[in-house]
Write a protein that binds this ligand. Structure first.
Ligand code: NDP
Length: 318
């Protein structure tokens, strides 16, 4: 079977390409710069790549850029989207590539007959920011949708970009008869395949290098291998539909710090969180739908252990 992965050089997408090749798929993979070895070498070295990985050049903001990438593919995994928080022009840097890019990819899919399903990499950023109160007895689930107006008011630009992109995808899919499934991961941890740090792993690298302490915050953690696997399950399972929250554990940073101290007693880790404000309240995220796909979640402890081992192996530890 032939499938396509957009933004294949990225952290999550690299794992997705690896698992797809392992499962025998032929993968048409889009990257922005196929001549940049930092973006492609790790992909070209994957098992099966020589025979079944084909690289294409495509940019989210270039109309029609994905036409030849999706052509002949049964499944399209749309992962490409800018993921960073410090921006000077949120519209140009985040919202346009996320929103216009998603519609660009979907328009390419609508032009060909081969595409049976599109799996969109959305985010918990498009789920949890709707102003509903969070508390230990609250379970966030797929029925929640972030509120763009709230994201804009609160200057949560990345959250806004993912919310608008997912919202537009559902509308386009409905109007054009495209079968779409969305996966909504929390903050992704786990080993790196690519040679650079991405936005979700970089803070762990800084922390274990003693360059940063953890904020007094609660995150929704999930392992990159589970996220990649969920994409494939969402494509392969005929009855998959709608959205799937992907969160292994909702854990305060102080707990993560405790785990790191236990796992790596020799690292120069801070003793506690950045400030002593009262802890923000915890809550739950439903795993039911993800588990119904056959997904089981790696624990935060194992993810953290494998993340730090991978950072060591790739010389990111000072
Ligand atoms: P990375 O930064 O590693 O990957 C982002 C990918 O998007 C890169 O391949 C990048 O290409 C590509 N991209 C960005 N802008 C463009 C553009 N204009 N045209 C074409 N490609 C572009 O991030 P992650 O792997 O962490 O994230 C991948 C997806 O997962 C994103 O959609 C993100 O929103 C989502 N996600 C990530 C989470 C996380 O914690 N990591 C959590 C929830 C969702 P290039 O390499 O050329 O820059």
């Amino acid at each position: 079977k032939v499938v396509c992965v957009t933004g294949a050089s990225g952290y999550i997408a690299s794992w997705l390409v690896k698992l797809l090749l392992q499962r025998g798929y032929t993968v048409k993979a889009s990257v922005r710069d196929p001549n940049d070895p930092n973006k492609t070498e790790h992909l070209l070295g994957l098992d099966g790549a020589k025979e079944r990985l084909h690289l294409f050049k495509a940019d989210l903001l270039e109309e029609g850029s994905f036409d030849s990438v999706v052509d002949g593919c049964e499944g399209v995994f749309h992962t490409a989207s800018p993921f960073y928080f410090s921006v000077t022009d949120p519209q140009a840097q985040l919202v346009d590539p996320a929103l216009k890019g998603t519609l660009n990819v979907l328009r390419s899919c609508a032009k060909v007959l081969s595409v049976k399903r599109v799996v969109i990499t959305s985010s918990m950023a498009a789920v949890a920011y709707n102003g509903k109160p969070l508390a230990p007895d609250v379970t966030v689930d797929e029925a929640w949708f972030s509120d763009p107006a709230l994201c804009e008011r609160s200057k949560l630009w990345y959250m806004l970009s993912k919310t608008l992109a997912e919202e537009a995808a559902w509308k386009f899919g409905k109007e054009n008869g495209i079968d779409i499934v969305a996966v909504n991961p929390g903050l992704v941890l786990g080993p790196l395949l690519q040679p650079s740090l991405n936005t979700s792993v970089e803070p762990v690298a800084k922390l274990v290098n003693g360059a940063e302490t953890f904020p007094n915050a609660i995150y929704r953690w999930v392992d990159v291998r589970d996220v990649a696997n969920a994409h494939i399950l969402a494509f392969e399972n005929p009855s998959a539909s709608g959205r799937y929250c992907l969160v292994a554990e909702v854990v305060h940073c102080s707990e993560v710090l405790k785990l790191l101290h236990k796992l790596f007693p020799d690292l120069k880790l801070p003793e506690k969180c950045a400030d002593d404000k009262p802890f923000p309240t915890t809550y739950k995220v439903s795993k039911e739908r993800a588990q119904s796909l056959g997904l089981s979640f790696t624990s935060v402890e194992v993810s953290l252990k494998d993340t730090v081992e991978s950072l060591k192996e790739k010389n990111f530890l000072s």
